[in-house]
Design a protein around this ligand. Structure first.
Ligand code: SF4
Ligand code: SF4
Length: 219
């Protein structure tokens, strides 16, 4: 009986260890995809000479930003390691599922101008804002311009839209990058949900597996 127990215990150790390294692997793959996307966006910006309005936070100020649980793993993991996850988790919980992103810090008296408190670890959707393309119902790749840039650079945006349709300019494809998160684990990479909810789920997921792994290995 005791040998069965020790075999089971060993099996749990192995599986916990495997999941631990699988989770690290997933986080590394998402971070690598962030870097690839950032490079793609830089090329697109250089080619089109398009850039954000300084200090603008219109895209963060709305309450409709959505992300998947998997693409929030790098941020959740970094905050858990720093010991800050609990405080951010509580803020996200207080904001509810449909509230504005808790990482957005507006300037005093200027709701639509501000900064992101987790800029380096922001998910895919936040990197796409204003600089990506998606396939329309007819299967044509279209540039997705943000409202603020459309108002500021109307003519330039129209030209970029034409160039993307004609294939003269390559704009980073949203579906291509979102597939990265989805392919890591369809059960947590496909469903899009309000960003605060995705963040909470990612913290729960990562901290649970870190805790299991630490208790099994005494780390
Ligand atoms: S993408 Fe558009 S709305 Fe978002 S910060 Fe840039 S200019 Fe502002
Ligand atoms: S994570 Fe950062 S960039 Fe994304 S919505 Fe929140 S504040 Fe904006």
């Amino acid at each position: 009986m005791s040998s069965v127990k020790s075999i089971l215990s060993r099996l749990v150790d192995i599986l916990s260890g495997r999941y631990h390294s699988m989770l690290d692997g997933k986080i590394r793959k998402i971070q690598a995809a962030y870097c690839a996307l950032d490079r793609d966006i830089e090329i697109f910006k250089k080619k089109t000479k398009l850039s954000c309005i300084e200090g603008c936070g219109h895209c963060c100020a709305c309450s409709t930003v959505e992300a998947s649980e998997a693409e929030m793993f790098p941020l959740a993991d970094a905050l858990i390691r720093q010991g800050d996850a609990e405080a951010w988790y509580a803020k996200a919980q207080a904001a509810g599922s449909s509230g504005r992103c808790v990482f957005y810090e507006p300037q005093p008296g200027k709701e639509h101008y501000g900064r992101c408190a987790c800029y380096a670890m922001r998910p895919f959707i936040c990197r796409f804002f204003g600089f990506s393309a998606s396939v329309d119902k007819r299967g044509v790749m279209r540039f997705v311009a943000c409202k603020a840039l459309k108002e500021r650079d109307t003519d330039e945006i129209e030209k970029i839209q034409d160039d993307v349709v004609l294939g003269a300019v390559h704009a980073p494809s949203m579906s291509e990058y979102l597939m990265t998160a989805a392919s890591l684990d369809p059960s947590i990479g496909v469903d899009m949900m309000p960003i605060n909810q995705a963040f909470r789920k990612a913290v729960e997921h990562v901290s649970l597996h870190r805790r299991c792994s630490h208790s099994r290995f005494g780390r």
